[in-house]
Write a protein that binds this ligand. Structure first.
Ligand code: HEC
Length: 147
């Protein structure tokens, strides 16, 4: 199920990229929004697994998908996909403060990379704590860059 979600997310991102190349910003916006929603499902699934006492290794695939998604974030907000041009929940600050946005994305992807490393090991407490860092990374970006 989780793997299906991740594959769907990756597929949507590919579609987004293709649409962008053909100049369909609306499709890219829909794809990035879908990826965001799916990433929320992955994060919720990780929490359920942690609470159920499942081993970090059981979450490797989900975390790998999340990490790949995290690293694409800056590319999913190109020029021409801002609120002046299309219907989006992204704030203009994404484009007027690009360095700040990229820094939030980098912080987030570093947090997910660390979670990915921890999913290779057996330290459930560290995995759980790092889940909290990842979750906070979603919020920290939204506070500034999302309506
Ligand atoms: C680097 C910034 C950043 C990070 C990190 C980030 N988001 Fe977002 N998120 C945004 C922006 C900007 C939007 C608005 C996108 C749009 O509407 O075009 C958004 C939109 C969303 C939406 C609304 C989608 C919709 O249209 O219904 C959800 C849900 C969401 N994010 C969840 C998450 C979750 C969960 C995480 C962490 C796993 C996360 N986001 C991480 C910036 C971020």
């Amino acid at each position: 199920m989780k793997r299906t979600l991740i594959l769907t997310a990756v597929g949507l991102m590919c579609l987004g990229g293709a649409a962008n190349a053909q100049g369909a910003p609306e499709a890219l916006v829909k794809a990035r929004q879908a990826g965001m929603i799916l990433s929320g499902n992955v994060v919720g699934g990780l929490k359920a697994a942690i609470d159920a006492g499942q081993a970090p290794a059981s979450q490797r695939g989900a975390v790998r998908g999340l990490a790949r998604w995290a690293h694409t974030l800056p590319e999913l907000f190109p020029e021409g996909t801002d609120p002046d041009t299309v219907d989006t929940g992204a704030r203009p600050a994404v484009w007027t403060d690009r360095d700040g946005f990229n820094a939030k994305a980098a912080e987030f992807s570093a947090a997910v990379d660390r979670l990915s490393e921890l999913s290779q090991g057996e330290d459930a407490a560290a995995f759980s704590a790092q889940w909290g860092v990842v979750r906070a990374g979603c919020q920290s970006c939204h506070d500034v860059y999302k309506d």
